[in-house]
Design a protein around this ligand. Structure first.
Ligand code: NAD
Length: 509
């Protein structure tokens, strides 16, 4: 079916509309319900990873802008927190409805600035964003405390209280979903927020906040952009920010914990991953091959914290799996992220592409290592100006190499054969990260053993999917602290508990 016959705009028209939206939102921030410019009127460029063209600019917020945003959120907090939970819920449901109406232009703008393909990533991500808003809107009345039996004629209960102003900081790889994961539970629980976008992908998030202003009271949801060390740090260190919720690299997550330590506020940190994907000798081969390919998360060019980038295949199946996986990896159509037929888009930036190339070069220089497929930019002339890189699978890399140890955050995975179950579990766990882990097997006992022994927060058997509303997500070790997307995570991270004792007849004190 052609785009014409579906009534959808073609690639050029989608691009024109997304660029117009980018131009309108360039250099802007949303504070107190208004689309503003930063006080010093400074900006930095935002480009289209699909062709390197500058498509707009981000406001370069400094401490004064952060202060303005946080003070506005603090002023809006008492009324928002005091609003009956069902009313907050209704407002958030209405916000979800408006976001749903705007989902397609938001997705297109996100494709334009992230390089993620509209057909395989950003359209679905926008749907997930709406779904997360709906889910947490329904949770607004669930911030319940508990009653505790203690002694006669004394009533002991706990009350959950919103924390106040939440400072949220997000990365560029899935900004629509990240925005929803941070702010929907925070708002539902009665907090107000200031979110800082990632440098590379600020504009679609600006649009989300602009839409939210149609419904939410001014000052409840505010967004700024800027550099991490400037705006991000100023937000995290601001004395009125009573909670930090962060998604990004482990290195920056560690810095945020230091900032938070100085003022003693809690931090939720969703950080990096270098996730094992293990194929057992009894695995359903079709499922495992599809799962390895899916697990490389190529529709986001491998820029996914959940990506299965350390693949371990039992020796008996190794040759067969390699043959089939390498054949599959070449199949995804690479191209303009806004083209409906594109399945694999572009890497976020020139710097990130260079990082990917550095790791592949390191592998190439490693004795015994072999690049099975990819290992270079595509030759297609039409892709030359964009930050494209072929899906890459490498074998023979020693476990202690940085190629196996570091999160590369690109379309690159290593693969190794194994024969001993204990040894492969030990190797899977021999990582500073502990985010996701997957196993392919028909053996129930083995899969239960894997679940027991693997050091990861998000564990899957015979499937490779990602978190969504209601599916709790988060890691251990340097992959982070805290959980997201579940009802409990909303209560644990966006409220605090007050213990109350009422004496209604016990003599004495
Ligand atoms: P990053 O850590 O470089 O940046 C993330 C955000 O932190 C950006 O907004 C940045 O401006 C800000 N920042 C940077 N320095 C700061 C500082 N000193 N103080 C305050 N803020 C600062 O990460 P990235 O490159 O944008 O994103 C990729 C990383 O995100 C990967 O490591 C990936 O695994 C991780 N990630 C994790 C999850 C998860 O749920 N665990 C999900 C998506 C991405």
């Amino acid at each position: 079916m052609t785009e014409m016959s579906t009534g959808m705009p073609g690639t050029a028209e989608r691009e024109r509309q997304a660029k117009a939206l980018a131009a309108r939102l360039s250099g802007r921030l949303v504070i107190g319900g208004k689309l503003l410019r930063p006080i010093a009127e400074e900006t930095f460029p935002v480009d289209n990873p699909g062709n390197g063209e500058i498509i707009g600019a981000a406001a370069r917020c400094r401490a004064a802008d952060v202060n303005r945003a946080v003070e506005t959120a603090a002023a809006a907090f008492p009324a928002w927190a005091a609003m009956p939970a069902r009313e907050r819920s209704n407002l958030l449901l209405e916000a979800a409805k408006r976001l749903e109406r705007e989902a397609e232009p938001i997705a297109c703008l996100s494709s334009l600035e992230t390089g993620n393909a509209i057909a395989t990533q950003t359209r679905g991500e926008a749907r997930t964003m709406v779904d997360i808003f709906r889910f947490f809107a329904g949770m607004a009345s669930e911030t319940k405390g508990k009653t505790v039996p203690w002694t006669p004629r004394r009533f002991l209960f706990t009350k959950r209280v919103p924390v106040g102003v939440v400072g949220a900081i997000i990365p560029w790889n899935a900004p629509l979903m990240q925005t929803a994961s941070k702010i929907a539970p925070a708002l539902a629980a009665g907090n107000t927020v200031v979110l800082k976008t990632a440098e590379q992908a600020p504009l679609a998030v600006m649009r989300i906040f602009e839409v939210l202003q149609e419904v939410l009271p001014p000052g409840v949801a505010n967004v700024i952009s800027g550099l991490g060390e400037e705006a991000g740090r100023a937000l995290a260190e601001h004395p009125l920010v009573r909670k930090i919720t962060f998604t990004g690299s482990s290195a920056v997550g560690s810095q945020l914990l230091h900032y938070a330590a100085d003022k003693i506020v809690p931090v939720t940190a969703e950080l990096g991953g270098k996730n094992p994907n293990i194929v057992m000798p009894d695995a359903d081969l079709d499922l495992a091959v599809a799962g390895i390919v899916q697990g490389m998360r190529l529709f986001r060019q491998g820029q996914s914290c959940t990506a299965g980038t350390r693949i371990y295949v039992h020796q008996d199946l190794y040759a067969e799996v390699l043959r089939r996986v390498t054949a599959e990896l070449g199949k995804g159509k690479m191209g303009n992220p806004l083209d409906e037929t594109t399945q694999v888009g572009a890497i976020i930036s020139r710097e990130q592409l260079a990082r990917v190339e550095r790791y592949v070069a390191m592998a190439r220089e490693t004795p015994g290592a072999r690049i099975l497929t990819g290992g270079e930019r595509p030759k297609d002339e039409a892709l030359r100006r964009g930050y494209f890189y072929l899906p890459t699978l490498i074998e023979g890399v020693p476990a202690e190499s940085p190629v196996c140890r570091d999160e590369i955050f690109g379309p690159v995975a290593t693969v190794a054969p194994w024969t001993d179950f204990d040894a492969v579990i030990a190797e899977a766990n021999d990582s500073r990260y502990g985010l996701a882990a997957v196993i392919w097997t028909r053996d129930l006992a083995r899969s239960m053993e894997f679940i027991d022994r693997i050091e990861a927060g998000f564990v899957q058997v015979n499937q490779f999917s990602v978190a969504e509303a209601s599916i709790e997500y988060g890691g251990t070790k340097i992959s982070g602290i805290g959980r997201e997307l579940s009802p409990e995570s909303m209560i644990d991270h966006f409220t605090w508990s007050k213990t109350v004792i009422i004496n209604y007849g016990t003599p004495g004190v």
